[in-house]
Design a protein around this ligand. Structure first.
Ligand SMILES: *Cc1c(COP(=O)(O)O)cnc(C)c1O
Length: 368
């Protein structure tokens, strides 16, 4: 097994995060584990199993193909496809018995035509302020629920929305919650048994009024903080470590250069470690920019511009870094740690993108 680019995923941490998130809500609230984008880069099937062991009852993905791949390994749990589906997508999603989201009468008719004898399971999606997908008004949403209830071959299983600012918990969030609560109340009264769901990780942690019947957790399941702070503050455990190794160490004199663009030129002699992981693996292309890695439990800054398949690290003047040493790009050693939240801040993005960027060349190694 190559040490070149490995993501070590602690499935025990995923299980504990799931249990913690489930426990944030009342005892009868269901946890749906969101494992889209290959489980936010962690590997969808493995994290789905861990989340189920931690008390999740539902799984959610974004695409039909993700639902098909998940169903191949997990025949039992309900799978909800959150994203938009064209007709071939819808046929594939229904083919594996996944629940899908609907917001137009045309889609309902299409599902009716495609549904086998089991019937298509639909959740009405309401756009209460995300401006992305869903019925645009209360009237539209209620009419759609009526239609689904009436049409044979389709079943009304849920009503849902998605928050734009659950992490901020601002007036926009309050307005979305109020408008969804009103709609969901009517749908529930007219169609008893319908599953009402809205909360993502941020809303699960900070807004009990948004929990309804089921909460949909992605980022926090992986021990990533939805507020971009230290996950420990929300009692979440980061599940993934990204590791590589030192392939070569070279002494670099002042005036010598390292990397594309020859951007790293030390002013004093130093040792530069070459690490065989690069932007094709999902390490953001940057030139220094305050990004560190851990070697021998110490922080060391990047040297030069990240290449497609490798990067340089300024290992300092002591000569204490050797070929073969472990390099931690995300993770903790001793008292030092590099969180996905730190990298995200350095790169002007969010922890979600740091993990989703991990490429298919990165080998996932599962531990407990
Ligand atoms: C991705 C997604 C989620 C999960 O969001 P997190 O912030 O990762 O918890 C929930 N609901 C919908 C509709 C999504 O697209």
């Amino acid at each position: 097994m190559s040490r070149r680019a490995r993501a070590h995923v602690d499935l025990g941490a995923v299980e504990r995060n799931a249990r913690r998130l489930r426990g944030c809500a009342a005892a009868d609230v269901l946890l749906c584990a969101v494992v889209k984008a290959d489980g936010y880069g962690h590997g969808a099937v493995a994290v789905a199993r861990a989340a189920l062991a931690g008390g999740a009852r539902w799984l959610a993905v974004a695409t039909a193909d993700e639902a098909v791949a998940l169903r191949r390994e997990l025949p039992e749990p309900p799978i909800l496809v959150l994203g938009a589906l064209d007709e071939p997508d819808l046929a594939r999603a229904l083919g594996v018995g996944a629940d899908v989201v609907a917001w137009t009468p045309e889609f309902v008719r299409c599902a009716e035509a495609l549904a086998g004898n089991g019937g298509a399971r639909l959740h009405v999606k309401v756009d209460t302020g995300m401006g992305r997908l869903g019925a645009r008004s209360r009237e539209e949403a209620l009419a759609l629920a009526e239609l689904i209830d009436r049409v044979a071959g389709v079943r009304l299983c849920g009503v849902m929305t998605h928050f734009a600012t659950a992490d901020a918990g601002d007036a926009h969030f309050a307005a979305q919650l109020a408008s969804f609560s009103a709609i969901a109340g009517v749908v529930r009264a007219r169609h008893p048994g319908v599953l009402v769901h809205a909360a993502n990780s941020a809303a699960v942690l900070r807004a009990p009024a948004a929990h309804f019947d089921m909460v949909r957790c992605g980022v926090a399941l992986y021990g990533l903080d939805p507020f971009q702070r230290d996950p420990a503050a929300a009692r979440l455990e980061p599940a993934l470590e990204l590791r590589s190794y030192v392939a070569r160490v070279a002494r670099v004199e002042p005036g010598e250069a390292v990397g594309y663009g020859a951007r790293f030129r030390p002013s004093a002699p130093t040792w530069v470690a070459t690490v065989p992981i690069g932007y094709a693996d999902g390490v953001r292309r940057t030139t220094g920019g305050g990004v560190d890695v851990l070697i021998g439990g110490r922080r060391r800054p990047l040297a030069g511009t990240v290449s497609m398949d490798s990067l340089g690290v300024d290992a300092g003047s002591h000569g204490d870094v050797r070929a073969g040493d472990e390099v931690v790009l995300i993770g903790a050693r001793g008292r030092e740690r590099i969180l996905a939240e730190e990298l995200a801040a350095r790169h002007g993005t969010i922890n979600y993108e740091v993990l989703c960027a991990l490429g298919s060349r990165v080998e996932r190694v599962y531990e407990r």
